[in-house]
Write a protein that binds this ligand. Sequence first.
Ligand code: AMP
Length: 418
Amino acid sequence: MLQAVKGTRDLLPGTCRKFRHVEQTASQIASLYGFDEIETPILEPAALFLRSLGDTSDIVSKEMYRFTDAGGDDLVLRPEGTAGVARAFISEGLAQELPLKLFYRGPMFRRERPQKGRYRQFYQCGVELLGVESPAADLEVIACGYHMLQELGLSQNLTLRLNSIGDLESRALFRDRLKDYLLQHRDQLSKDSQDRLERNPLRILDSKDPGDRKLLEHAPRLEQMLTPAAREFFSQVQQGLKALKIPVVIDPLLVRGLDYYCHTVFEFTTENLGAQNAVLAGGRYDGLVSDLGGPKVPGVGWAFGTDRLVLLLDELKGEWKRTPSFALIPVGDRAEALLSELAQELRRAGLRVDLSFSGNLGKRMKRADKVGATAAVIFGDNELNADRFQIKHLKSGTQSEVPRAQIIEELRRLATQP
Ligand code: AMP
């Protein structure tokens, strides 16, 4: 039997609904902050990610779905969204539009080892703010992410971790110091970290290995190498978050794995998803657009994992509002013949209507329950003769008779009741 590719999933209607709820909430809140939606292609030239993420990143070195197509082009199924947005900024000539605030959503692909909360095809929503150098931009994107998580009812259970990795100068200095220190203790490092020592020593700060973590306790600290300008930038971000009453934990070990970050890096994490604890992550990337051959344009943004937010909503038994729906239940041939006409009238009035195509009253009531209808509109010969329909509220079980001409009004009223 043919199965979905390992690490990919079918999102069945119940799950899809939750995905859309998360995406729509994100999109609505993003628009409150002035972010407009952009959609970039899933297929991008491999060079885009080689140049932006850095060849030592895990994504580029081992996780990309990269292939040569029949025409000989070197392509990648995008592993993340920021590089594509930066590419679009350059190739669409959007420099006149700065500052630019963009929101995106869609599937990303990474060949990671699948487990709960980690898939090979997963979904992200993200925002990017291009063209603003000041910490006000960092605050704007973090505040927007926090607002979304709050709106989804998740912010209580998440921790915002924040760090500064400084400007390029601070980072280069730190990288050398850290490497010198770790080289002295090379034998005590885990195998993975030994491999990273040459390629990307900063990533060792992310290590979960207890031995590595012990060594890191005495390693040089990034904060000691920050230039005065980088220090001032970081302090303004922290003050701003305080003023916005967004709780934050400074995490000196947070560096994030990609080459393009500078200054602010942050992550919202949870205790509720096992090893996959990051749900929203991002930072500032002032060098990215110019690294890709565009003008020198600063940027800051983040992405959240839609799959993980849906899992969290499930774990926390989070509520998502479904549009109320109504079941139309005809009794007898005359009513049956009028069914689709009435359904059409209600749908044109903006009401969500479910029809069962056959069965007696009992069977149809069962289906109304199963689809979670708010109420059933029941009508047979008696109702048609009297021009009054029965409306049965499914949760309370109460039933009332409503004049035919007032059905739409009554259903709208029920639809807005909590
Ligand atoms: P990143 O682009 O790695 O910074 O990831 C941003 C967010 O995307 C993470 O915090 C996760 O919530 C989500 N994410 C990253 N990789 C995966 C994956 N393989 N499966 C599901 N979600 C992921």
